[in-house]
Design a protein around this ligand. Sequence first.
Ligand SMILES: Nc1ncnc2c1ncn2[C@@H]1O[C@H](COP(=O)(O)OP(=O)(O)OP(=O)(O)O)[C@@H](O)[C@H]1O
Ligand SMILES: [Mg+2]
Length: 460
Amino acid sequence: VYPAIAVIVTAVCGAIWITLATRNAVDLANTHLHEVLAALQRTQGLLADAESGQRGFILTRRPAFLDPYDAAMAHLPAALDTLAALTKQEPEQARRLEHLRRLAAQHTAFLATAINDELAGRHAKALAATSSRQAERGMAAIRAQVASMLQGQERHLRVTVAAEARTLRAALMVAGAVTVLAIGLLVLLRRNVRSDLEAIRQRDSALHQREQELVAVNASLEQRVEQRTRELQEANAELERFAYAVAHDLRAPLRNVQGLAEAMAEDCAAQLDALGADYLQRIARTAQRMDILIRDLLAYAQLAREAMPLRDVDLGTALRAALEALETDIQGRRALVEVDGSLPRVRAHSTLLVQAFMNLLANAVKFVEPGVRPAVRISAHEQRDRVRVSVSDNGIGIDRHQTERLFRVFGRLHGQDSYPGTGLGLAMVKKAIERMGGRVGFESDRGHGSTFWLELPAGA
Ligand SMILES: Nc1ncnc2c1ncn2[C@@H]1O[C@H](COP(=O)(O)OP(=O)(O)OP(=O)(O)O)[C@@H](O)[C@H]1O
Ligand SMILES: [Mg+2]
């Protein structure tokens, strides 16, 4: 748009400039014509003055008539020079002026001869000269030459004006054409801009529509995810209810087996030989192990069912309670337990937090190479509104690939013979901590000990 406007402005300015220049040129030519006209009139007038002075002198014989003659003759060369200066640019006029000069010279010479005759007393001859054909023809030729010069000058002016007019017309046409072109360009540009705008608007609305579609898809996706989550939660709860019911119902027959085994050991001891007694003992041990398993399972399922009110709990207090509960175990293994620095408060369910600590500490002192004295280190640090508690040991460590299994129910990595246990401890820790709004994890290298950590919201 801007270049087109610049072109129009330039064209208009150019046209104005050329018009002014043309007018100037025409004005100059006009002025020149008037100057030449004035100079011609003056020359002709001087010659006429000279002639009438001469004639007056000869007719009246009064010398006073010689004054205008003398004055005219004195001024004539200057007048002719002015004409020469004015016409020197135009060769034809210059030629005509030369002719006028000759005519003027001839005529003034003729006038002078007659005056000289009069002064010398030849009055009749002088008088005859004034009314002679030569006197008449001389002045007529001069007038004719002046007229021809005037015509030439007018022709010159006409030619100049015509040329200027042609130039002006051409210039105006060019400027007009340029302006029309520029305006055409502007119109085209505007149409282009308009169509571009239209395209952008259309693209915009298409985008908007796409965006709305996306929003709708997103919303339906979110809905589906929510529904799926709800379904999963229900299925999970159903499963947990089922596990709880099964475990609960299993306990009665198991008690029965235990009771019967006990009764048999008491009442039929005499009838049993050594092999029978050994079998009976194994039955009792297995039943007891199964009882523990079921109890733990029930406790785990209970975690999901129970409401979990959270309170500010002092980590130090919870840790001391866990250590007290494990005292026999820790002392039996001559384990070293150290706490690094002070322990802050957290938002938690205190009983479950104590149980989680018990599980982690029990593992830490249990999973060591035979003959190694367990050494456990506990530390805590706050990160913004969270507290991370770490329990590090000098035990056998854990393979990185086993991460997945570790926190699952019955996710044991070791045989019952090397390290006894039901494989529910870590599953319970995870479940309990997550229900408190926290996270659990571990870092370990096989053979270099492990660090289990749990993260909970910081207390007030
Ligand atoms: N500190 C540890 N060092 C090495 N391995 C560990 C450690 N803690 C847990 N594990 C591994 O993770 C498995 C799962 O631990 P978890 O506490 O759930 O079960 P468990 O100790 O065997 O049985 P439970 O705790 O129910 O008596 C363990 O069997 C063990 O293989
Ligand atoms: Mg354990």
